[in-house]
Design a protein around this ligand. Sequence first.
Ligand SMILES: Nc1ncnc2c1ncn2[C@@H]1O[C@H](COP(=O)(O)OP(=O)(O)OP(=O)(O)O)[C@@H](O)[C@H]1O
Ligand SMILES: [Mg+2]
Length: 456
Amino acid sequence: MMPMTADLTPATRSIGLSLGADLCWPACYEQIVDRLKLELPIGGEAVRFAIERITVEPFDLKQPCKYDVVLDRLTHWFHTSREWIKKAVIMDGLYVLNNPWSLQSMEKHTSYCAMMRLGMPVPETWLIPPKDPTDHADAGTTLKRYARLFDLGAVGEQLGYPMFMKPYDGGAWVGVSRIDDEKKLREAYEGSGSRVMHLQKAVDPFDLFVRGIGIGPQVYIVKYDPGAALHDRYKVDFHFVDGEEWSLLTDTSLTINAFFNWEFNSCESLRKDGVFHPIDFANACPDFQVTSLHYHFPELVKNMVRWSIFCAATKRQMPINLDWKPFFEVAKKDLPYRDRLREYAKIARQRMEQDRFTEFCHTHLGHLNEVAWEFFGTQQAKGYVLAKVQALFPAHEVEMFTEHFWGLIQFWRKTEEDRLSRLRADKEPKDAEAAEVEAQAEDGEEATAVEGAKAT
Ligand SMILES: Nc1ncnc2c1ncn2[C@@H]1O[C@H](COP(=O)(O)OP(=O)(O)OP(=O)(O)O)[C@@H](O)[C@H]1O
Ligand SMILES: [Mg+2]
């Protein structure tokens, strides 16, 4: 039950959704926030929440912004919205997930360099100049004067096969190829045109591929199969990592996300000989489709509700500037890598206010688990899944895939029901929400391992 708020000043926090093709998560997010019936006693106010979808229209740079928080899904490609958001952050103090400047200026390449400096086992990576000059007027002259002839075969020899060639700023598998020998390397380079490419040593063979999806201080770890069909890449699997691995993957994601101010990001890691190698972690607009995430979708919607409500309710200040120095100070220490990673993650947790967030969820969002569980059993929720399937699949597959994804969400409800009743039994008299968030906060202890296995 919510504490009494009758004597407090009513206040409303506005959360804007900046959307493109997303259909299912915004509808579920709106419904769940509505069903939470929040009226939170915070700082002398009784705080309610209004969710609105942001429209695209001309704007005066001095026009005020009515939103407190914006969940943005367009920044990486739709510049009108990106520039409106940048204006609103600077002029009106808007809080946005994710930081648009960081997203605009940091590509895969920067993320590799930075995490290599912190000591993460990113595979060895080279950058090679483009095969064909760009169409800039001075490109030909510049390359003629200053580009040194190089032997691609020698670079390949030095790096070793197999390797991957991929754009230094890439995404969505565009221009990615696996290369097993020099002949293939030369062919791939011939076909790369004006793109600046990386050559990266393959993690091969790997025995596990995981994605760590971070939303604020919460990290959700899923087993992933890049070779499966699109709807089947996120696996429904449990106990595929042990407690220490779960803790390491969580610390890895938190470190990356805090370093770049990416509050919603996905980190891909491949395990070989017991070591997790992060290979792709500049994904600051991760997949949020029910048609990919199915079983995992409800937990991620819940994580988004928790973090966005926390940011809006507490008027958390958006971290505008990047501050890398504290991470580099830790990097200099003569410590084993796991201990340094723990220190990086400590900085990340402080920046993401994990303790305050945990307390907030305990105090104000104790009913979220139950509300989400109820909601994901309704026909309304099924209708949202259907709408997304209709948007992506041919007509003759709509019914089959709607039932498939809906079935997996109902399986989530079954496992969630079991998890909640176990938590209730284990953690009495604490409520389930507090126990869950506390378990996420405990670092490296047994409780974390148990919770991690459950959460995945
Ligand atoms: N070093 C590597 N070792 C093994 N496999 C790799 C490596 N680099 C890339 N891959 C494979 O190629 C795929 C695409 O590479 P990567 O994730 O870096 O590109 P991307 O364009 O960012 O893809 P996406 O946006 O789908 O994540 C990976 O999912 C993985 O299967
Ligand atoms: Mg990838």
